[in-house]
Design a protein around this ligand. Structure first.
Ligand code: FAD
Ligand code: NAI
Length: 470
């Protein structure tokens, strides 16, 4: 084996977890390689996830706003038209610029990039089936598995990525579906449901639970559903889809009440299945090294990201925790630092979650439901955007900021925002919680006027019952 094929660290998977781990490991002086089979770096997130979905959310928002939302500002337009092909071309460019950028970062940091599928031969040997043909065998002192996740299938509703699609197909429709049924009222369903609804589809969301985004703070989910309903999305809650008949021109979905009862049929021109994602380890050869997987194929790791094979670690969607790009990135940094002999820690309670609909929804820490279930005494402080002067000026008054603070210590335990730029506003609260701040700390911090951030300050004041502008 030549020296160039032996590495201190080999990372399998070039998504947000893997590529960030590779860059950090190389920065720390470790001889590093990354194996990625997709043909482009950036993983699910850059290629078929976060980035293309946000590109389409932005374009579709501009279209809907131009078509329906400018008159109240005194801007009159006529003849606004959709050019879906141009919208898709722009999305493709955004993706390729970013994925190409990571290749540049690999070169800059001297990370060796193998384009192909990696498979364990033994605990220190990986065989790469190169995308261009042939194989390469590489030796690794330490390996990081960062192979990510894939969509969960729904029995009886077979995905063909044309008419019945996962999120990947829903980013590629060639024409706007007349009737789109979204199965699953979670993050993907609501973001991509919003995109197609804005572009003209009649969207129905079928959700198994009795509310959309069931993991979120209940008050936020309720308000979220009301706002999306006003935008034209329809909801069938506590309902399950049991089959799809694709033999006719329209797809006929059979649905039933979640708890059982009479079946009925819903017709659709396209169906998006978005009922969650599961870890992806296909073809990785885990059995060759004896790595055990847990529920849904998840790789079990200790708090140093070690699998049951000590020199093989795993990060990102393939292990426990929220399936989010920034969570995978944090783990990528820490695992590289641990391999280099440093220490690190992630507080999973402080990983924010954002839904990039309009308005946006963002949260960090505990929900009211979780605090109640755990018997923790808390004080809520809430402030609506309708009472925030900047929200009024820009005409985005839906939603609120809610802060939950410990009843005894005033320490912030959770924060939930639905409203304009919620995904940006939440950062202040994440940082505050990282510094173990109290609600009073935020209430006493000067916030520029007029800004949406003042709603955060007012919610902090509301924890102590002393809002000033309401
Ligand atoms: P991945 O990004 O899945 O990367 C794993 C990579 O490993 C893949 O490129 C795969 O090809 C490669 N691979 C797998 N097996 C092998 C092998 N044997 N050999 C070589 N390569 C292999 N998260 C957010 O935080 N914000 C968002 O806005 C957001 N939007 C999303 C929208 C959609 C539609 C979807 C589907 C997901 C979204 N996510 C979002 C989630 C985010 O994409 C994931 O959490 C993130 O990509 C996980 O990173 P990862 O590195 O663990 O895995
Ligand atoms: P999800 O877990 O967010 O939502 C799935 C929804 O489907 C849940 O509400 C669930 O109750 C429902 N469901 C499950 N089985 C069902 C069935 N048989 N019939 C009807 N409804 C059913 O999963 P989703 O939306 O697929 O997204 C997967 C993951 O991708 C997210 O959890 C998130 O980690 C990541 N993601 C993050 C984004 C962001 O950060 N903005 C955007 C998109 C995805």
């Amino acid at each position: 084996m030549s020296d160039t094929q032996s590495f201190d660290v080999v990372i399998i998977g070039g998504g947000p977890g893997g590529y960030i781990a590779a860059i950090r490991a190389a920065q720390l002086g470790l001889k590093t390689a990354c194996v990625e089979k997709r043909g482009a770096l950036g993983g699910t997130c850059l290629n078929v996830g976060c980035i293309p979905s946000k590109a389409l959310l932005q374009s579709s928002e501009l279209y809907a706003e131009t078509k329906h939302g400018l008159e109240e500002h005194g801007v009159k337009l006529s003849g606004v038209e959709l050019d879906l092909a141009a919208m898709m071309t722009r999305k493709g460019k955004v993706v390729s610029q970013l994925t190409g950028g990571i290749e540049g970062l690999f070169k800059k940091n001297k990370v060796t990039y193998f384009k192909g599928a990696g498979r364990f031969v033994d605990a220190t040997t990986i065989e790469v089936a190169l995308n261009d043909g042939g194989t390469e065998t590489i030796k690794a002192r330490e390996t990081i598995i960062a192979t990510g996740s894939t969509h969960v299938d729904l029995p009886g509703v077979e995905i063909d990525e044309k008419r019945i699609v996962s999120s990947t197909g829903a980013l590629e429709f060639e024409k706007v579906p007349g009737r789109l049924v979204v199965i699953g009222g979670g993050v993907i369903g609501l973001e991509l449901g919003s995109v197609w609804s804005r572009l003209g589809s009649a969207v129905t969301v079928v959700e198994f639970m009795d509310r959309i985004t069931p993991e979120m703070d209940g008050e936020v989910s309720k308000q979220f559903q009301r706002i999306l309903g006003r935008q034209g999305l329809k909801f069938r809650l506590s309902t399950k889809v049991t089959g799809a008949d694709t033999s006719g021109e329209a797809i006929r979905l059979t649905v039933e009440p979640a708890k059982g009862g009479d079946a009925e049929t819903i017709e659709a021109d396209a169906v998006l299945v978005a009922i969650g994602r599961k870890p992806y380890t296909e073809g990785l050869g885990l059995e060759a090294v004896g790595i055990e997987t847990g529920p849904r194929g998840r790789i079990e790791v200790d708090d140093h990201f070690r699998t049951n094979v000590p020199n093989i670690r795993a990060i990102g969607d393939v292990i426990k925790g929220p399936m989010l790009a920034h969570k995978a990135e944090e783990e990528g940094v820490i695992v590289a630092e641990m391999i280099a002999g440093q220490s690190g820690h992630i507080d999973y309670n402080l990983i924010p979650g954002v839904i990039y609909t309009w308005p946006e929804v963002a949260s960090v820490g505990r929900t009211e439901e979780q605090l109640k279930a755990d018997g923790i005494a808390y004080k809520p402080g809430k402030f609506p955007f309708s009472a925030n002067s900047r929200a009024r000026a820009v005409g985005e008054t839906d939603g609120f900021v809610k802060i939950l603070a410990d009843a005894e210590t005033d320490r912030i335990l959770g924060a939930h925002i639905i409203g304009p730029d919620a995904g940006t506003l939440i950062s202040e609260l994440v940082l505050a919680m990282e510094f173990k701040a109290s609600a009073e700390d935020i209430a006493r911090t000067s916030h520029a006027h007029p800004t949406l951030e003042e709603a955060v300050k007012e919610a902090a004041l509301a924890v102590d019952g002393r809002t000033l502008n309401m």
